[in-house]
Write a protein that binds this ligand. Structure first.
Ligand code: FE2
Length: 202
């Protein structure tokens, strides 16, 4: 039996790691995730990236609704941005529950046992939710387009500017989430196939 896990982009481990590195190495807090323990990676995901979605997304949704009501007549794009953000919120709120309740425990189980059976279960679970990262990335890219790369209009108020700032922060958070999780899978499974993703044979 063969279970193939397709990463959304045909990148090998070097280029994937490099892309993340390029985006964040200038930050003082840069961490090479391929060198970190599964426990540290999971804690980081839960207490940084997932926490951002849980605590900040409701506030950002309120900000976007507020500017839609105030500026919607002059900025018709705000309705679409609001709807896109809500799609992203629903998608990710469900996604992080699956990651915390299904994927991370399966990773810990496989790390502890290294059995073929647990490996297969982990791969199947990753396969089930991997498309959700692409879906979230697509929505974020759409928000970037609709906001004209988060350009605050001349007639914007402070709330409008804050909402766009939060959307920029959201984009950064989501792409880091996706990169770190993919590196985590690669590190755990250690058998990335350059053009096809992971492959499991039994
Ligand atoms: Fe994820």
């Amino acid at each position: 039996m063969v279970v193939a896990i397709k990463l959304q982009e045909p990148e090998n481990i070097k280029t994937l790691g490099q892309r993340y590195k390029n985006g964040s190495k200038e930050n003082e807090g840069y961490i090479d995730w391929l060198r970190e323990t599964p426990h540290k990676i999971m804690n980081h995901m839960i207490y940084t990236h997932h926490a951002y979605i849980k605590h900040e997304f409701p506030k950002i949704g309120q900000l976007l609704f507020s500017i839609l009501r105030t500026h919607g007549k002059n900025h018709l794009e705000l309705i679409e941005i609001y709807l896109l953000f809500n799609d992203l919120k629903i998608e990710l709120e469900n996604h992080i529950v699956k990651e915390e309740e299904l994927i991370f425990p399966a990773i810990m189980l496989y790390e502890g046992t290294k059995t073929n059976e647990n490996r297969k279960q982990l791969l199947e679970r990753i396969n089930e939710i991997e498309g959700e990262h692409k879906a979230a990335g697509d929505i974020v890219r759409n928000i970037r387009i609709r906001t004209k790369h988060f350009t605050v209009p001349m007639d914007a108020c402070k709330t409008f500017a804050l909402a766009y700032k939060k959307l920029t922060e959201t984009e950064n958070n989501i792409f880091q989430h996706i990169h770190i999780v993919k590196l985590f899978y690669l590190k755990t499974l250690n058998d990335y196939i350059e053009h096809g993703g992971f492959i499991y044979n039994s």
